[in-house]
Structures are given as C-alpha cells and as structure tokens.
Write a protein that binds this ligand. Structure first.
Ligand SMILES: Cc1cc2nc3c(=O)[nH]c(=O)nc-3n(C[C@H](O)[C@H](O)[C@H](O)COP(=O)(O)OP(=O)(O)OC[C@H]3O[C@@H](n4cnc5c(N)ncnc54)[C@H](O)[C@@H]3O)c2cc1C
Length: 454
C-alpha cells in the first residue's frame, strides 16, 4: 500500500508538473490573447459540438488561442455540464442532485468579447459542399463552419445519463430514480462496469436492508480494468457490503426489456430459473452520438462501434466519400482535414474516460492553429493509459479505490491502487465547480441544494 502510494504519487507528479507548467503558460498566453484578439464583423467559424469534458476544455482553450478573424461557435444541447461521475451517487442519495449540474458561465465569462457564441441546441446534421461546411440545428438554424469538431460523446439511459436538457427537469429525473429505489426492496442491477458497481454498492450501503443483486455477463467485473481492481471490488461488494454478485449471466427481461428501469420485473437466467425483482436497472449499452456525420462522411463511422474513425491527429478518417449539400449536384474537394472528433465519440486508441478527452482537446487546438497558419496538422495523440485511464471508483458511502495501470484494455501492465474509507457523500463535487470557474456559485448551490437555479 505504501509503495502504491509512492508509485501513484511519483507517476502522477511526473505527468502533473509539466501539465501545471503548461497550464501556467496557457494562463499567461490567455491574458495576452485577451488583449490582442479583436472581434470582426465576418469571422470564420470554428464550430464545436458538445460541451462535456472534452468539448468544454476544447472551447476554453480555443477561446484562449484563436487569431482575430475566427470565432468559436459552441453548440451544446444541455443548459449545464452534466457531471455524470456523480450520477450513480445522486440517484441514490436524496437532496444533492443539483450539485451534479455545473453552470457553463465560468467558461463563457473567460472568453474575450466576440470570440465565443454559445448556442443551446441540438445539431441534427453536418453537410459539406462547394460553399464550405455547415451544420443544421433542430429548429432549422444553419451555422457555416471553416473548422468543425465533434465532441458529442455517447448516450445511455437513466440513471447513467438524463434526457432532460434543462437543469430543473434533469434534477427531477434523478429525484424520480431516488424515489423508485427507495420504494423497492429487491433490486437487480444489470452490468458490472463502473456505473453498475457504484450504483449497487451505494444502494446497499445507504439502504442496508434492501436486497441488491449485481448481474454481469463476464466472469469478472469491470472488464475495462485490471485484476487488482476487479478482485478488490468483488470482495468489497460481497464480503463488506453484502451485495449478491452473479457473474457469467446475461439474463433475459421478459417484459419491458428495452427500458433501463423496470419495476416488478422477472429475470430469466441461463439455467432457466426465473427471479422476480421490485426493480431492475440496466447499466449497459453506450450509444456513440455519431450519426450527425452520416450524411457528409458515411465512411467515417466505424461499422462495429459506430464511433467516428480518426487519424492520430484526431482529424476524421474518410474514404473520400463526400455527399454534397442536398441542393448541389457537383462533388467538392475533400475538406475532411478540417473536421475533427475527440472524446468518447471518437474511435481513438485511448481510454473512454474524461481525462483522455481533455488531453485530446489540446491536440485538436494545436492542429487547428497549425491549419489556420497554413501548416499541416502535426500533433499526434498517443494515449497515456496510466494517467488518462485512472479511475476513482466508489464502493459505498465512504469506501473508494483510486486505480491506474499501464497498458490498454487488452494488456495489463503495472497496476497501482490506493484504497480509502474517507470518501465524502457529495464526492467532493465542489472541486469540479471550482475547476470550471464557478466555485462561488457552488457555495450558493450548497445553501439551496434542492431546486437551486444557476
Ligand atoms: C458514472 C460514471 C463515472 C465515470 N467516472 C470517470 C472517472 O472517474 N474518470 C474519468 O476520466 N472518466 C469517468 N467516466 C467516463 C466519462 O464520464 C466519459 O469518458 C466522458 O463523459 C466523455 O466525455 P465526452 O465529452 O467525450 O462526451 P460526453 O460526456 O458523452 O458528452 C457529450 C456532450 O455532447 C452533447 N451532445 C451530444 N450530441 C449532441 C448534438 N447532436 N447536439 C448538441 N450537443 C450534443 C451532450 O449533451 C454532451 O454534453 C465516468 C462515466 C460515468 C457514467
């Protein structure tokens, strides 16, 4: 354990010190940029779709760096950043859900005047044509772009994600999950990934009299991580919390099989046995939000995963299939080098984790700046699994494990794990508010907690 702490600390510092130095330089340059950037009447647009961990960092950095004559158009469907890390906890614990929706105002306020326009809306399509590229929004608005970045992530049903785009409604969705959980005595969770594990352990720890069953299709939990975390998690669930864990099972849901939350359901297991539960919660099945690229670049979507195929520069990979604007009949030159994808929606070789999206955002920023300056895009994304794939996994009220390892999903390298029993009920979500420039608003949020407004 002491050697784990030392390893985590030294590996973390080796990454963090240069990162902090770069952050310092970025802050310094951002001040200079703020003085030298001037709004112009007809700027070229860099359109960013998505405002979660990847998109938000990208927008922040673009507004600190783009030259006069360019403007960031940021399109995001939600009114607030959905801090999904806390959703399993706030689906169980009542009254704190408002803290999981972080205002975007900090990032918007930091941008030089005229450098950023935020649109709350849903992009329905991307089109390329002779006149250039454009995106269309639900409601009909069109936005032309010179550069386009997709950071649209993936979709999963409640309680992994909410469908409401406004904070008050999103809070109500989480409150609905809390009530259903509170009212149910026997609960089955399908899917032993991080979300399923966190949800099962929170339900059992906060409601110790409930019977909680976690069902997973593989022979070990947490497929994306290594054996140390898998073993620790299984022991904590079974021996410490009393969660019943069924491995190697992919039960059928005879009724209401499509919903992620099904009340009064029966599960059919592989030996034909049926079991009734008051509540079955599905925590499986991420769907990448990539379809908006299907008209312009059908060849850029991975047939298997539906993720967007990207080059190491994070420019999209195409087979040169171009579909012109619907009204145009002439094919146009390939402009795909100005289209980028990053984060969970992109088929990159790194982990599907927030930190990977943040690291990738800098690659995209540097490559866009190079292209603007008439240079080729040269920055390459090489994942650092130890840093980008690290997770803080909660295993009940106060127990958590911080885990990192070398190697990707398929090869396990050196594993490091630190376990603590000093976790906070609100998961220290205030740190994220401070990181996004709205620390003062968090104090207000804490005073209001339920029903607060930005
Ligand atoms: C419970 C849980 C715990 C996790 N824990 C960790 C952790 O400890 N560490 C870690 O690094 N990662 C963790 N992750 C993973 C992390 O949350 C994801 O990797 C991360 O959210 C991906 O970020 P993203 O920006 O690529 O996409 P997303 O977070 O999926 O965001 C995509 C954004 O795009 C918007 N959008 C999508 N389509 C459109 C459209 N057509 N028009 C407009 N807007 C659109 C969405 O509204 C959304 O805001 C966890 C995930 C979960 C669910």
């Amino acid at each position: 354990m002491a050697s784990d702490t030392l390893k985590m600390f030294s590996r973390g510092l080796a990454w963090f010190i240069p990162y902090l130095l770069r952050q310092g330089l970025h802050t310094f340059y951002a001040m200079y940029h703020g003085w030298t950037y001037h709004a112009t009447s007809n700027p070229k647009h860099i359109v960013v779709i998505g405002g979660s961990f990847a998109g938000l960092e990208l927008v922040k950095r673009l507004t600190q760096t783009i030259p006069t004559g360019y403007k960031v158009i940021w399109i995001e469907k939600n009114s607030h950043l959905n801090y999904v890390f806390a959703f399993p906890r706030f689906s169980v614990v009542q009254g704190l859900e408002g803290r999981a929706f972080i205002p975007y105002t900090g990032v918007e306020a930091g941008a030089p005047e005229g450098c950023l326009r935020k649109i709350q809306g849903v992009v329905t399509g991307v089109f390329m044509g002779e006149e250039g590229g454009k995106v269309t929004l639900q409601g009909g608005e069109e936005v032309a772009f010179e550069y386009l970045v997709l950071a649209t992530g993936s979709t999963q049903p409640l309680p992994v994600q909410v469908s409401s785009t406004e904070r008050e409604d999103a809070c109500k969705e989480l409150q609905g999950v809390q009530s259903v959980i509170e009212e149910s005595q026997t609960i089955a969770i399908l899917g032993g990934g991080a979300v399923g594990v966190e949800l099962a352990s929170d339900i059992k720890d906060f409601y110790q009299d409930k019977e909680v069953t976690l069902v997973h299709s593989r022979d070990q939990l947490l497929n994306r991580f290594g054996p140390r975390l898998q073993d620790h998690t299984l022991t904590a669930l079974r021996n410490e919390l009393g969660v019943r864990v069924l491995l190697g099972e992919r039960p059928r849901l005879p009724s209401g099989g499509e919903s992620s939350m099904t009340r009064n359901a029966r599960l059919v297991f592989k030996d034909g046995r049926e079991e009734a539960f008051d509540l079955v919660i599905g925590c499986t099945g991420q769907r990448p939000n990539s379809s908006i690229l299907a008209t312009a670049y059908p060849g850029s979507l991975c047939g298997k995963s539906s993720r967007i195929l990207v080059q190491p520069t994070l420019q999209i990979l195409t087979n040169n299939t171009i579909t012109a604007f619907p009204a145009t009949t002439h094919p146009t030159p390939n402009r795909s080098e100005r289209v980028f994808a990053l984060g969970d929606v992109a088929a990159h070789p790194g982990p599907l984790m927030a930190r990977a999206g943040v690291v990738q955002s800098e690659i995209v920023v540097q490559n866009i700046l190079s292209l603007i300056n008439g240079q080729p895009a040269k920055k390459i994304y090489k994942p650092n699994w130890f840093i980008e794939g690290a997770i803080k996994l909660t295993l009940g009220k106060t127990h958590y494990a911080i885990y990192a390892r070398d190697g990707g999903e398929k090869e396990t390298g050196d594993e490091v794990m630190i376990v603590s029993k000093k976790g906070k009920v609100d998961l220290d979500v205030g740190m994220a508010w401070r990181q996004y420039g709205v620390g003062k608003e968090f104090a207000k949020a804490k005073r209001g907690d339920v029903g607060l407004s930005a």
